[in-house]
Design a protein around this ligand. Structure first.
Ligand SMILES: *Cc1c(COP(=O)(O)O)cnc(C)c1O
Ligand SMILES: [Zn+2]
Length: 401
């Protein structure tokens, strides 16, 4: 393992990495730092080709010391799909989607859970607690089950019912709260102090980002180390976009990719767009978003603890923030499914709405390579997306088309 220490994302304070730790004393998330000189000396890009197609192929850039601590369900190397028909409609000749819906537990949260749970196991954790909008709880609960770690999950009652089922079936202690993820977070915060659970809330432990970082590593490898011009990401807590940015910076440092980074685009829903609002006002940090509400439930994060890191990524890469409406999101789910065969989640579909806006106002150029990230599988969202069909009786003929 090449981890050297943990570093505060805000004040730069450093911490020893073999201890169980949450936030910096200044309240900001901690980032894992590696001896990248050593990684560069020991690993070549071409070494990857012979490795298994899961995220552990990047183990030199991951924080697990002993391979026996790896808790895996086969996560990683999701498909990169070219969107020819949608691209033509938007006037974008190089439009792609990376489909994270195929991961274990049906969302990209599996990446964070695989690495986070593996590291927790390595550090001797027996019980974790977390608030969730659903997919994170489902993923952590599944990976904890596999690791033999107890999991306590607190979820808003308004989260899609499938997530409750997933947590309950995989053996989490599940609690529902009549409120938002921020309310669930308050309950978890008190429980971890009183009962000694390890708090694995979004960005409150350092290793979930490392799992999500592997999206960035895969993107680079799948594009043969020539990065797309723009990466469009549906942003809730921001771990995914922070992870992708961190991956690309590390790859730059080991010399595998060139200087120019993709412009990062954070997409949020109009009903909960704190980061987009802060970006429009050129602010370093977002404000709490009151009455947060959207069909893209994973994006209902009224105040993200790492919002300033997301914003830093947008400013540094000359990216932007885009807010899209629920009506457009629901239409986009159908458009993507019926034109390209990809049945994806509303959060992922929001990226298409954003790309359409950005193509329209010229921010995206026709020949630029644009990558949309789909974060979850549409099969999990049958309540949001139900559709009817004409009912026939046995013996009926099909009506005229
Ligand atoms: C959690 C989640 C998001 C938001 O991800 P962050 O990395 O927290 O910004 C987006 N889409 C889906 C499906 C999610 O579950
Ligand atoms: Zn700090």
């Amino acid at each position: 393992m090449f981890v050297t220490h943990l570093e505060c994302s805000r004040c730069g304070a450093t911490f020893e990495s073999e201890q169980l730790i949450n936030l910096c004393r200044c309240g900001a998330p901690l980032l894992v730092r590696y001896d990248l000189e050593q990684v560069k000396a020991r690993l070549a890009r071409d070494d990857l080709a012979s490795r298994a197609p899961d995220l552990w192929r990047y183990r030199e850039l991951l924080p697990v010391r002993e391979s026996e601590n790896i808790v895996s369900l086969g996560e990683g190397m999701t498909p990169l799909v070219r969107l020819n028909r949608l691209g033509a409609e938007l006037g974008l000749s190089n439009l792609y989607m990376k489909d994270e819906g195929l991961l274990p537990t049906g969302s990209f949260k599996a990446r964070g859970a695989a690495v986070g749970v593996s590291r927790a196991k390595e550090l001797g954790v027996k019980a974790v607690a977390m608030p969730t909008n659903g997919n994170a709880g489902a993923a952590w609960s599944a990976y904890c089950a596999r690791a033999g770690i107890e999991s306590i999950v607190v979820m808003p009652t308004s989260a899609p019912a499938i997530h409750r089922t997933e947590c309950a079936v995989t053996g989490a202690k599940l609690y529902l709260v009549d409120g938002l993820i921020s309310d669930a977070g308050g309950i978890v915060g008190r429980a971890v102090t009183q009962r000694g659970y390890y708090d694995v809330s979004t960005l409150k432990e350092p290793y979930r980002i490392e799992g999500k970082k592997t999206m960035g590593l895969e993107i680079a490898e799948q594009f043969a180390w020539k990065l797309p011009d723009v990466i469009v990401y549906p942003t809730g807590g921001g771990v995914g976009i922070i992870g992708i940015h961190k991956a690309l910076e590390e790859l730059q440092e080991i010399g595998w990719i060139s200087e120019k980074l993709p412009r990062l685009v954070a997409v949020q829903a109009e009903g909960c767009a704190p980061i987009v609002k802060a970006w429009r006002q050129n602010k370093p940090e977002a404000e709490f978003w009151p009455d947060a509400r959207t069909v893209a439930f994973g994006l209902t994060v009224p105040k993200a603890i790492g919002d300033f890191i997301v914003l830093r990524g947008l400013y540094e890469t000359a990216g932007c923030g885009v807010a899209v409406s629920d009506a457009d999101i629901l239409k986009a789910v159908k458009t993507i499914a019926s034109k390209e065969g990809l049945f994806i989640c509303p959060e992922g579909a929001a990226t298409l709405c954003a790309a359409a806006q950005l193509a329209d106002d010229g921010w995206l150029k026709p020949d630029e390579t644009v990558l949309l990230l789909n974060t979850g599988c549409g099969l999990k969202y049958t309540e949001t997306l139900n559709a009817g069909a004409p009912l026939l009786k046995p013996g009926d003929d099909l009506p005229e088309p």
